[in-house]
Design a protein around this ligand. Sequence first.
Ligand code: FES
Length: 190
Amino acid sequence: MPAAAPGTDSHEPRATSQEPAPTRRSFLRCSVLAWTGFGTALIAMSHMALRFLFPRVLYEAPENFDALRKANYPELGKVYEDFKSSQGVWLVRLQENGQDRLVAVAAVCTHLGCTPDWLAAEQKFKCPCHGSGFQHDGTNVEGPAPRPLERYRISLAPGGSIIVDKSKRYRKELGQWNDRESYLLMSPET
Ligand code: FES
């Protein structure tokens, strides 16, 4: 049997014929890494763009609300409960400092924050939690409440709507119930 020529032995490693394979694998690996990086960067940029276009904003109920018109509050001395459940506000028409005023009283007890009830028969607000009582103008008269109920800013819009702004409060003990925006004059018309 003739001896195999040098370099033609089938058992010798074929180093040269296998060289392209690692090169191709490296290329593919690099390509995959590059595309992965590109995709990640693209996703990050898209996320940033979306955050810019749609910022994470906490939407809260507006502090202002439309409390109808003067004609909806015809009776002097009456507590109107139309907005107590929806806004936590009583509209009270009263005589104060010789003026016919409409005021927006906060339905929040000044003791620990419970919601009082208006007791028409007794003409007072009564807190069910610890028994504080308040006159119809909000002045505290009994129980542990340390101060009167607060009032909210009230104004007349150009179209005639009454606007109550709960972001601004007025406190009697601070002398703020005579601030011009703490009441609306009902008569004479202004
Ligand atoms: Fe109203 Fe205590 S919370 S009396």
